[in-house]
Design a protein around this ligand. Sequence first.
Ligand SMILES: Nc1ncnc2c1ncn2[C@@H]1O[C@H](COP(=O)(O)OP(=O)(O)OP(=O)(O)O)[C@@H](O)[C@H]1O
Ligand SMILES: [Mg+2]
Length: 169
Amino acid sequence: MAEALLEVKNLRTFFKTRNGTVKAVNDVSYSIYPGRTLGIVGESGSGKSVTAMSVLRLLDANGYIAGGTVTFAGQDLAKVSTQEMYHIRGNRISVIFQEPMTSLNPVFSIRRQLSEPFMIHQNMGKKEAAQKCIEMLRAVQIPNPEAVARQYPHQLSGGMRQRVMIAMA
Ligand SMILES: Nc1ncnc2c1ncn2[C@@H]1O[C@H](COP(=O)(O)OP(=O)(O)OP(=O)(O)O)[C@@H](O)[C@H]1O
Ligand SMILES: [Mg+2]
């Protein structure tokens, strides 16, 4: 079998709260192989999002990885610098956030928000990034992507907004 692209081993992610330590993730392990999909199912509050956020090091300020390892393409993500993490996040690993209404910025057009990752992570110019934005909207089967790119989040349906988040990832 090919080498795992992402390997999470014995991950523990805790949160410090006024009422003590919340053990949100306690000893989770899984591997994802190139080209494969892994679904994690569990009741609300069972730690699915916290597990994903641990991988990306996007935990709330009171959260911390209390144990375990996260290996991505042979690299221990717990040990890479914040700077390196900026490079990996949005470039090699992306997250599709839930609740697009709070993740999308209401005052910027879809084009502006979808262009940003291309400009930041791939050094594209405005024009090229805008073209990529249309391409990504088309890839998630948004009809009439040119028009949608000019619109603002509140002008889209909930399903379209979620697809914009997928396009962004
Ligand atoms: N900043 C925080 N401080 C304290 N506890 C937190 C914090 N963030 C998350 N938690 C707790 O971590 C646990 C796991 O939450 P998580 O968001 O991972 O659930 P989930 O499995 O993604 O649920 P859902 O299916 O509803 O999205 C919950 O009990 C939650 O209250
Ligand atoms: Mg969740």
